[in-house]
Design a protein around this ligand. Structure first.
Ligand code: FUB
Ligand code: ZN
Length: 621
């Protein structure tokens, strides 16, 4: 079969659902990963690599090889000396802790739990009497706290709050949560209407405060998050960013009030955390202007500024965005944290709208831009995720600025959070992976069992097991990349399924043991970029299902790399890799002048160093 060629605006196969509802709170909630047991050919190895190697690496790096934990010891008064490292290094400790806490839920580990208790003790002792917590200021500039809005005090605090909530949920202990609450109360006493102005130079606190509101039900945290968002764009920013010749307010999304945002600008991770926080706040309060702004900027990010891998932020200079359609491949920045930020934001947009187009983007980011950030063994990391390499870009064990390793470490064990949404009378199946989930629909207990070999194949079986037969709708996402699929319930094919906002919807009385079978056809697709992306003119990329593929030199040694191209008459055959890359599905061309092998992009640089390309020359006939 000759492969299919697709031309896509902004590379995307997105479903074209519309926003229709401005819900005032999320009417569905995710089934949390602690109610989900993942047993899946694709994800289980990732989770095992995380539990066996990633956590160990994060612990060794934060505790032994760098000064991060020592900074807390010093701030706690248990050691002497100044803060060492970068001023926001505390955040890596918190993100590592969040990852450990998540991992404890599915992989109980008394040693790790004790380690967390130990670190929490240091953190609690580092907290000032008024709730302030930041080792950099406490040790180096105690009389200058809250003077430079760039200095990440709220960013670190936000990660601390997230870690504390994860720890509370994982262990039921309140030790860390109490530190988080004391810190948040300190913020609330210091900042807000009639108190001090503040524009966090790096967003994160906003989404964390909403989480804390959900955890404690104390609305003052939600109000503070909303107030912090409203501080932006009014000239309140003071400090490093605002004084910087090349940065300025735009770099941290402080150039316009948030509800007036039209275009994506500045630092990519900051922007994603901002939009996540905005969506969370908009879901709780009636803020149509936020929703409109988020819709506008989502189009700008996704249709004009996103790589095929879901990577965003093309420039090293601002770790962020440049002009529309400026998407260089070799020089692409595409920070791992930015792709994680895309997952967080798109997840919230989906919760808010129940529109599958956000999950399409989220899935693209997860399987490509995020997973590329960590080696298959789980012990090496990419900070920058280019789409082309001359063989000189490699994963590292850690980075001086270690935001990405610690971020990916908290992301992987929480992957279960993104599979299902549940409402009163409806469930949404967003991601396909083998798992058993236990949840409730209203008062009815419901077990869901998924079996699949996704993303290597598009066959999925879902068993629905309500405790008592009940009427509700099951909404299954038709992945944006999929053009043809079939669906059968209890062996009976549904001839013309009802599709709404990218979901096949089946409403009926479900009985325990009912089975849905989905078959998403998953041909190899050859994709052209939007012609406005000048770097990709005359080039094509290869995709299968949610995975973007790339050609890596390790498999294509005999080919002159300057001549490497996709033949318009070529055919791609999916085959299981032999003795390499965990046997994953790779693609081989069989009738090109030169045989080519493509591997999933996320798996590159796991073998000997070599060149790599996602976009290859393509000579149209
Ligand atoms: O500033 C904190 C984190 O470090 C940012 O999110 C990353 O881009 C890196 O600069
Ligand atoms: Zn990062």
């Amino acid at each position: 079969m000759r492969f299919k060629q697709i031309r896509l605006a902004g590379f995307l196969l997105i479903s074209l659902g519309q926003f229709t509802v401005y819900a005032q709170t999320y009417s569905v909630k995710p089934v949390p990963f602690n109610q989900i047991n993942i047993s899946d050919a694709f994800w289980t190895p990732r989770l095992e690599a995380h539990a066996n190697h990633t956590l160990e690496t994060c612990i060794a790096q934060t505790q032994d090889s760098t000064q991060r934990i020592n900074n807390f010891k010093k701030a706690a008064g248990l050691a002497e000396g100044k803060h060492e490292g970068i001023y926001f290094d505390d955040s890596d400790v918190y993100k590592a802790m969040e990852g450990i806490a998540y991992s404890l839920i599915n992989n109980p580990n008394p040693e790790y739990e004790a380690l967390l208790d130990n670190w929490i003790d240091l953190i609690a002792k580092s907290q000032q009497a008024d709730g302030y917590l930041n080792t950099y200021y406490t040790l180096n500039l105690p009389d200058q706290r809250w003077t430079d809005m760039e200095k990440h005090e709220m960013y670190c605090g936000g990660h601390m709050i997230e870690a504390a909530i994860a720890h509370h949920r994982a262990t039921g202990k309140e030790t860390f949560l109490n530190v988080a609450i004391k810190f948040a109360n300190h913020l609330d006493n210091t900042f807000g209407p009639g108190k001090r102005h503040w524009v966090p130079g790096h967003e994160e606190i906003e989404l964390a405060l909403v989480k804390l509101y959900h955890e404690t039900k104390d609305k003052k945290y939600l109000d503070l998050a909303h107030w912090l968002l409203e501080e932006r764009g009014h000239g309140h920013g003071i400090g490093g960013i605002w004084n910087h010749k090349k940065r300025g307010a735009e770099y941290c999304q402080d150039d316009v009030p948030v509800s007036e945002i039209t275009d994506i600008k500045g630092h990519a991770v900051r922007a994603m955390y901002l939009f996540t926080g905005m969506t969370d706040v908009a879901a709780e309060k009636d803020l149509p202007a936020y929703v409109e702004a988020l819709k506008r900027v989502w189009d700008d990010v996704v249709l004009r500024n996103m790589y095929i891998t879901g990577g965003i932020g093309s420039s090293l200079h601002n770790e962020g965005f440049t002009e529309d359609y400026d998407l260089p491949n070799k020089e692409a920045y595409c920070e791992t944290c930015a792709s994680i930020g895309m997952v967080l934001w798109n997840n919230r947009m989906n919760l808010f709208t129940k529109d599958a187009k956000y999950v399409d983007v989220m899935e693209r980011c997860i399987y490509n831009g995020v997973l590329s950030g960590i080696s298959l063994a789980g012990d090496l990391f990419f900070y920058v995720n280019p789409l082309e390499s001359d063989g000189d870009h490699h994963r590292k064990r850690w980075y001086g600025c270690a935001c990405c390793p610690s971020n990916v470490s908290r992301f992987i064990p929480s992957i279960g959070n993104y599979i299902y949404l549940v409402g009163e009378k409806e469930i949404f199946i967003n991601l396909y992976m083998g798992n058993k989930a236990n949840t409730e629909l209203g008062n009815t207990k419901l077990e869901l069992v998924q079996k699949t070999n996704y993303p290597w194949s598009g066959n999925v079986e879902i068993e629905i097991k309500p405790a008592t037969a009940s009427v509700f709708s099951v909404n299954m996402r038709v992945p944006g990349w999929c053009r043809k699929y079939t669906i059968a319930v209890n062996g009976k094919q549904t001839a013309s399924p009802f599709v709404e906002n990218g979901y096949v919807k089946i409403g009926r009385k479900w009985e325990s043991g009912d089975k849905i079978r989905l078959n998403f056809e998953m041909p190899v697709e050859v994709v052209a970029a939007d012609p406005q992306v000048k770097q990709n003119i005359g080039k094509r990329a290869v995709q299968r299902g949610p995975l973007v593929y790339c050609a890596e030199q390790a498999d294509n040694r005999k080919i002159d790399w300057n001549q490497i191209s996709i033949d318009p008459d070529g055919q791609f055959k999916p085959v299981a890799a032999k003795r390499k890359l965990e046997g994953m599905t790779i693609l081989q061309t069989n009738n090109q002048k030169r045989k080519l092998t493509f591997i999933p992009y996320f798996a590159w640089d796991n073998r000997e160093p070599g060149k790599m390309k996602v976009w290859l020359d393509y000579h149209e006939k």
